[in-house]
Write a protein that binds this ligand. Sequence first.
Ligand SMILES: Nc1nc2c(ncn2[C@@H]2O[C@H](COP(=O)(O)OP(=O)(O)OP(=O)(O)O)[C@@H](O)[C@H]2O)c(=O)[nH]1
Ligand SMILES: [Mg+2]
Length: 366
Amino acid sequence: MEELHCIGCGSVIQTTDTSLPGYVPKSKLTEENEDIICRRCFRLKNYNEVTPLKITSDDYFNIISEIGYKKALIVMIIDIFDIEGSLIPQIPKLTNYNDLIIIANKTDLLPKSVKEPKLLHHLRKIIADNEIKPLDVYLMSAVKYKNIDLIIDKIVKRAAGKDIYIVGATNVGKSTFINTLLKSYADSKKDVITVSFFAGTTLNLIKIPFGDDFIIDTPGLINDNQITHYLSQKALKVVTPKKEIKPKVFQLDSNQTLFFGGLARIDFVKGDRTSFVCYHSEFIKVHRTKLEKADELYKNQVKKLLTPPFENDEDFPLKSHTFNIRTQNKQDVVLPGLGFVTVSGNITLKVYTRSNTTPYIREALI
Ligand SMILES: Nc1nc2c(ncn2[C@@H]2O[C@H](COP(=O)(O)OP(=O)(O)OP(=O)(O)O)[C@@H](O)[C@H]2O)c(=O)[nH]1
Ligand SMILES: [Mg+2]
């Protein structure tokens, strides 16, 4: 019998093990079996309820390296909100240096004041630093249809009869982009592929006819340096920004501390009074305190005043990294997966994030 695949996540359909991808109760299989959807996708789409199933990075690289045997156009989607964390430097080699386009998605989350040319310049620099040489780089919002027509036009031209593979880290919006593309180009009325804010929604290749060729959705590479990787569903909902981010500005003196819920903390250890411009979900509560009181506050208030994490969430141990910033240019302290804080001046910071994740400093994005 030919293998059936879930149209939502790409898993091979099976009727025996509820804990594995692609499970469908036997009774739900019909004669035609067209557009079949697995139980996990059904629940995600209808109840926003996730059954945790993840592919390993070995699985990921095996699935993606298949593309290396084909003549294809590769479109790597990255998250403008976490550029460094969502860029996968191995993609060109894995896909045997097939033509590559890079698209930075979710620009709707950035403040409207952000200038596109500056952002593109910054983006190209990060891409070049990672020794990736794409044919084109674009900015996009897949949910707000920003630049969609332009991008589709370019992709179709570049593909010139080859299949198009949409690749990238988990949660960058690969499946959303394909749904948007099918709606605006192929007259699809509904979202075909399952999308969600949980990392690891798509589990296998999903091949969709597109003109005379195919557009292929792929699973994402899981990035466990992201703070979000360690969050409960409830906390994840809170920290995922949904609309344009309005930065919060704090003027701090040295020996003051900022808490981002109980998820991250920045101690201003040394330097002249300066501003901390914070870009993250509006639902993360930022709390300012004196450095000498910070440990005590954290001990007493984590999961209470300092949320997320929430009361019933697992413990969320923080680990610190010290940064001596010695440049006059504005810098971003990146809290991977949560957002970033723009600072300037000669300052020393102690930055706490979830253990197993590493914050870092980069030239200011904005
Ligand atoms: N703000 C914003 N959110 C977006 C955009 N595109 C996708 N998202 C959201 O990002 C989350 C992930 O989207 P998916 O399309 O499932 O991402 P994916 O890359 O297919 O993820 P995996 O299948 O897990 O690898 C969802 O909550 C989407 O609504 C966008 O342009 N702007
Ligand atoms: Mg997906």
